[in-house]
Design a protein around this ligand. Structure first.
Ligand code: ADP
Ligand code: MG
Ligand code: ZN
Length: 613
């Protein structure tokens, strides 16, 4: 629903903006009000009897009357007393009642009736104006929203026409297999007759499956680019806006348009948001989804061999897709785009390096090794960010430091300079040094790449152990050691400060997740090889139907195993830190001075890593 939400947000935002303006007006008029009601605040306010007394004692030089305000100027001094009379009552009358002849004092009556009249008008009119303004605004918003609703039926599919700058396969790096599979689609779109004359069955729908940022959108556009056909694209979430029935109408409209300009490609992003398995409806929009999905199926079934329209759907959650969607004759081709491996990262990096100047010591190989777990989009962002960093510092070429900073920023967010007490800094230094030392002395943990006590995003510091290779498997010993390294921060806090802070919350979460997977998914505990996987939000629905609840006994043993793994890992971390306390101190001290230690600086203190492999 990303798009719909955005729009609503924008609407709310503009209401707030307008409200803000009214608020400003209100505040301004308040200030105005205080100004014309005179400089009273600076003098001291007294009961009127005091002023009358002073007049009697002949201490008063002059009385100023401004509306209901009585100001007594005291003789031979700058002192002033201020008092208020009841409105409508005359000050002369007060004097007379008190037995003072008004002629004995100088009375200066300032006429503020005009000011007061204005104030009165303002006071009466302003709320009304504000109210009218407010309602006007609300109505306008509502009307705009209404128009939005009624223009819905027309597809908002964007058309990337043929004359637009074309993305080609050469602009998509790595993913050779996917390109090969999609080449067929390109051929068909280019020369449909060739296929038809041989009676070949043409694919109607291709499902692109892969995590975010792996180039699903990019490669779909490249297919259109290679074939030179128009590209209609829409995101599944865009269908889900507001009115039931609109999504289906849009689908109809988009398919009609695409058929008119066939051969063409229809790209449906986030298709899982429409094609989610039926009967698993959560919140509203359930019927809407079903209708939209049905319409897509109807349209795809209605394709004649002459339509020459191919639908590409993209998703990162294929497990959620409705079976009807992946049946033969619909999205029956599946092309997987995985996270790029080392070689693929190299070529993606190379591709996005073109056109940017780099210093000679930048190594693509090193960069690719450093960026295990980065998607194509992460890599593209990283290189762009590095260019921005270099430009900001007035450099003429991007150097390895910019790249390192950009890579860290891509994963952890930007640096945040914030005020830290000396104690906090010391705590952070020992915490990070704890992770690093524990990780360093555990053979299966990857070498420390960088330690820093500069805060980023939510974290107060970080210690990076990026994988040095692409692994498709994790061993039990590595997982246990990773848990220990994750708990090393807290273990160090406890060892040094005899107390622990809240800073370890996310470490604990990471460690617990690993431990839970070990017990429930990988059969790496005394419970043995049983899948006890906590059911996902969606799976749970099925699970209940199939009576797959975990028994209370099993629940207990899972808890016990979890606690055992975590407890042992924490103990291991503590022991390592005690054993290497001197090195821990040194690393923490160095961190307090330099804030960030690169791997070589760290190794100078602790020695070279002895790895398991
Ligand atoms: P997805 O749709 O899978 O989330 P995108 O296609 O939107 O990913 O990718 C976002 C950006 O990341 C692309 O515009 C491109 O700059 C970059 N990118 C991703 N994968 C690749 C790749 N294989 N080769 C080159 N650039 C890539
Ligand atoms: Mg995308
Ligand atoms: Zn930590």
């Amino acid at each position: 629903m990303a798009n719909g939400k955005k729009k609503i947000n924008k609407r709310f935002f503009s209401v707030f903006k307008a409200l803000g303006i009214y608020l400003l007006i209100a505040i301004a008029s308040l200030i105005f009000f205080y100004q014309i009601s005179g400089p009273s605040s600076s003098s001291n306010e007294v009961p009127i009897s005091k002023i009358v007394g002073d007049i009697k004692d002949n201490k008063v030089e002059k009385i100023s009357v401004e509306g209901d305000k009585i100001i007594a100027h005291i003789k031979d001094s700058d002192q002033k007393f201020v008092s208020r009379k009841e409105s409508g009552e005359s000050f002369y009358k007060i004097l007379e009642v008190s037995g003072i002849d008004p002629k004995t004092v100088t009375i200066d009556v300032k006429d503020i009736s005009l000011q007061q009249a204005w104030l009165g008008i303002l006071g009466a009119v302003l709320p009304i104006v504000l109210m009218i303004g407010f309602f006007f605004l609300i109505f306008r918003q509502a009307r705009e929203a209404g128009q939005g609703i009624f223009s819905f039926a027309q597809s908002r599919a964007r058309l990337f026409s043929k004359d637009q700058p074309q993305v080609k396969f050469k602009d998509v790096a790595g993913v050779e297999e996917a390109k090969r599979e999609l080449q067929e689609v390109v051929e068909f779109l280019k020369t449909p007759e060739k296929f038809r004359s041989l009676g070949a069955r043409i694919p109607k729908g291709v499902l692109l499956v892969g995590p975010a940022g792996t180039g699903k959108t990019l490669i779909s556009r490249a297919v259109a680019g290679e074939a030179g056909v128009p590209f209609y694209s829409i995101a599944g979430s865009e269908f889900m806006e507001m009115l039931v029935g609109v999504g289906a109408a849009r689908v109809r409209d988009m398919f009609a348009q695409a058929k008119k300009s066939a051969p063409a490609i229809i790209f449906i992003d986030e298709i899982e948001s429409i094609g989610r398995q039926r009967g698993m409806g959560f919140s509203g929009g359930h019927d809407e989804r079903e209708q939209t999905l049905n319409q897509i199926l109807v349209e795809m079934d209605g394709f004649t061999p002459n339509d020459h329209v191919i639908v590409i759907g993209a998703t990162n959650r294929p497990d959620l897709l409705d079976a009807a969607l992946v049946r033969p004759g619909r999205f029956d081709r599946r092309v997987v785009l995985g996270m790029p491996d080392l070689e693929e990262r190299k070529s993606i990096i190379q591709l996005h390096m073109t056109g940017k100047p780099f210093t000679k010591d930048v190594s693509i190989e090193k960069l690719a090794r450093r960026t295990v777990g980065f998607s194509g989009a992460d890599l593209a962002n990283m290189l762009n960010e590095a260019a921005i960093l270099a430009a900001r510092e007035g450099k003429t070429a991007i150097d390895p430091k910019d790249l390192e900073e950009a890579a860290t920023k891509e994963k952890l967010g930007p640096q945040r300079k914030r005020m830290q007490s000396e104690y906090d800094r010391k705590l952070a230094a020992y915490h990070e040094a704890g992770h690093a030392i524990v990780g360093h002395f555990l053979p299966a943990v990857d070498p420390v790449h960088r330690i820093s006590i500069v805060s980023r995003g939510m974290s107060g510091g970080h210690t990076l152990f990026p994988p040095t290779e692409d692994r498709s498997n994790e061993s039990k010993s590595r997982l246990v050691q990773q848990i220990a390294a994750a708990l090393g921060g807290q273990a160090a806090e406890e060892l040094i400060f005899k107390d622990i802070s809240t800073g370890a919350a996310s470490d604990i979460q990471i460690a617990t997740n690993i431990a839970r997977q070990m017990v429930m998914q990988y059969g790496m505990s005394d419970i043995g090889p049983i899948n006890l996987q906590a059911k996902s939000m969606f799976g749970a629905w099925k699970g209940v139907e199939e009576g797959e609840e975990m028994s209370p006994e099993l629940h207990n043993s899972v808890d016990k195993e979890l606690r055992k793994i975590m407890g042992e890992a924490f103990k291991q971390a503590q022991n390592l830190l005690k054993k290497h306390k001197i090195k821990l101190d040194k690393v923490a001290k160095e961190l307090l001075v330099k804030e960030t230690l690169e791997s070589d600086e760290f190794e100078k203190i602790v020695g070279k890593k002895v790895s398991a492999t």
